[in-house]
Design a protein around this ligand. Structure first.
Ligand code: HEM
Length: 145
């Protein structure tokens, strides 16, 4: 199946809208974990972080991931599978999806008052989606190979 030029542009716009929403969550949730490590388990502050983390993950990140995949997946109808940039982009995307589910796991740890990681760990983890995003955008826009 090949998409018409207009359909392709609409799908690309929708793809990018949900990419932005997904990225917002992937950047902010680990930052909440950094702050959450400072709150005593059982404190009001810790309970508030739990609510913020759960809502961000369920109401923003999961739907945005699904919709990014749907619209990105539809764009693949026009894609040249031989293109190196596309294959490299898909590899980095797998990394982004793995990071997303790792965030879900860390959120569940905090929800059970059973966080296993330090503030430093979440600070470093916070850089991962940034690096992946830079790589993905450079590959998708510059198509260097
Ligand atoms: C989750 C699965 C994803 C799939 C299956 C996917 C797939 C695609 C496809 C097939 C295109 C059209 C490329 C073209 O032929 O020009 C595209 C465009 C684009 N994607 Fe994705 N994508 C995904 C996620 C992402 C993410 C996470 C980002 C950014 C962090 C991203 C950034 C972009 C950008 C910037 C474009 C526009 C490129 C251009 O037209 O110049 N995508 N995507």
């Amino acid at each position: 199946m090949t998409l018409s030029a207009t359909a392709y542009l609409w799908l690309k716009a929708l793809h990018l809208i949900f990419v932005i929403a997904w990225m917002a969550g992937l950047f902010y949730l680990p930052r909440l974990f950094v702050y959450h490590t400072q709150a005593k388990p059982g404190s009001d502050q810790s309970e508030l972080f739990k609510v913020m983390e759960r809502r961000l993950y369920r109401a923003i990140m999961v739907p945005a991931l699904v919709l990014t995949l749907i619209f990105g997946g539809l764009l693949l109808a026009n894609a040249d599978w031989q293109a190196g940039w596309l294959q490299a982009k898909l590899v980095l995307l797998v990394g982004m999806v793995v990071f997303h589910f790792a965030c879900g796991r860390w959120k569940n740890d905090f929800a059970r008052d059973a966080n296993r990681h330090s503030e430093k760990f979440y600070r470093v983890a916070n850089e991962i989606p940034t690096l992946l995003m830079i790589g993905i955008v450079l590959l998708a826009v510059l198509k260097p190979f």
